[in-house]
Ligand binder design. Structure first.
Ligand code: ADP
Length: 401
């Protein structure tokens, strides 16, 4: 008996094999279908998917054989992988010097006919074979040979898909851990950071009040700057928290009447609307399946931007409309504000991106990124059309149901 040679790239080959996490796994239907087809097409009682480990073979699928393992030194498949691109055929092992006294030939399962196609990974490593076996001499015609090769290629596709799925599962799990960490960080940061901020603010206010007579105007101005800074920091923390929790809000989906949401938002601007400093109009809006909180945040952010980004003295006019496009609804929030230059239309949705100084227009640069996150997590899209000096229209789509 001739022992199978060990391939030159054995170390890398074993690494490649282990990557698929197939060794010692339970039988699976997809693989059993392939051995069944191989047996039927080649008309053999036995067919296996054999993986060649360092000193043993593991049968991922075995049709017509009882056990699922064997020794590498007596394995026909371990010979086959040494010619990775060829179908190995042994018409009658009893007449073949390499196998005549092999215990698998002289004893069970009495391998007389063998044909195996090596399973070569995308990286070029022969990790095993798909083989057919008979206990009597047998021949394969050209169609059977080609079919066996095709099944081998199909099997490799199945293995590559398995690898990609495993990678995706891992990435998904990593992302979940990351998202949980971020959420936890956002909560801890918001609670722990806000406490000292409250202290800084209240002591500054105390200083301004109790020592008012001792402080000159410059000192009072500096104290006010500190208070403004604290308030800005507070709003940054609130917005960051909202950004990181945007995804988790969507869990509480419900049928939400957006007309009611709009009315709630209008209440915030009641005084300005009544005094004629602001005009807001909206058409009949739909009922959609979304968390009430999320649609409120989206509309409120877009409307507050529409009101904020105006030339001094201009009365803001905001118009909210909605159309149905198949299974989606498309909202638009139109303003008569300063507009946005063409080259900035996409980047404004990036977190912290602002087009103006804080003295020109206050803000944190987080609002639109929160809006985008919420919209995309609800399978929608968001974009803006605008011309400097002529106003902007923000569009977003959401799934109706
Ligand atoms: P913030 O308003 O806090 O700066 P946003 O993320 O809401 O942050 O907006 C990002 C930037 O997009 C703003 O700084 C502004 O330059 C621009 N922008 C947003 N909405 C409008 C609008 N309606 N008209 C003009 N510019 C806008």
């Amino acid at each position: 008996m001739k022992k199978p040679l060990i391939p030159l790239n054995e170390e890398e080959r074993l690494k490649a094999l282990r990557k698929y996490n197939l060794l010692d796994t339970l039988p699976e239907e997809d693989y059993d279908h392939i051995t069944m087809l191989a047996s039927v097409i080649c008309d053999t009682p036995i067919s296996t998917i054999t993986l060649i480990d360092s000193d043993r073979v593991f049968l991922k699928s075995h049709r017509g054989l009882k056990g699922n393992s064997g020794e590498r030194s007596t394995s026909f498949c371990a010979h086959a992988i040494n010619d990775p691109h060829e179908l190995m055929i042994v018409p009658d092992s009893r007449k073949d010097d390499r196998f005549a006294d092999n215990p698998n030939v002289t004893g069970a399962p009495y391998v007389v006919f063998y044909s195996g196609i090596p399973l070569v990974t995308e990286e070029g490593y022969a990790i095993g074979t798909l083989c057919v076996v008979d206990s009597k001499p047998h021949e394969l015609n050209d169609i059977q040979k080609e079919s066996l090769k095709s099944l081998g290629r199909q099997l490799i596709r199945l293995l590559e898909l398995r690898l990609k799925n495993q990678m995706l599962d891992k990435q998904k799990a990593d992302l979940e851990v990351y998202a949980n960490d971020m959420e936890m960080f956002a909560y801890v940061a918001s609670h722990d950071l806000k406490e000292p901020l409250r202290m800084v603010k209240s002591f500054n206010e105390l200083l301004a009040r109790k020592y008012s007579e001792l402080l000159d105007d410059t000192a009072k101005k500096y104290i006010q700057f500190s208070i403004d800074g604290v308030e800005r920091m507070n709003s940054l923390i609130d917005n960051l928290l909202l950004y990181f929790t945007a995804g988790t809000l969507s869990k509480e989906k419900q049928n939400t009447d957006v007309n009611h949401v709009m009315k709630e938002i209008l209440k915030l601007y009641e005084t300005q609307i009544l005094s004629g400093e602001l005009k807001i109009s909206f058409s009949t809006l739909p009922v959609i399946h979304i968390s009430r909180m999320e649609i409120l945040i989206v509309l409120q952010n877009l409307i507050s931007n529409a009101i904020k980004y105006q030339d001094k003295g201009n009365v803001p006019e905001v118009e909210i409309n909605c159309t149905t496009e198949g299974e989606f609804v498309q909202f638009s929030v139109k303003d008569n504000g300063i507009g946005i230059q063409r080259q900035n239309l996409e980047e404004i949705f990036t977190i912290f991106k602002r087009l103006h100084t804080r003295t020109a227009y206050g803000g944190t640069g987080i609002g639109l990124s929160i809006v985008k996150r919420i919209v995309e997590q609800n399978e929608g899209k968001i974009w803006v059309e605008s011309e400097p000096g002529k106003g902007s229209t923000f569009y977003f789509t959401l799934k109706k149901n």
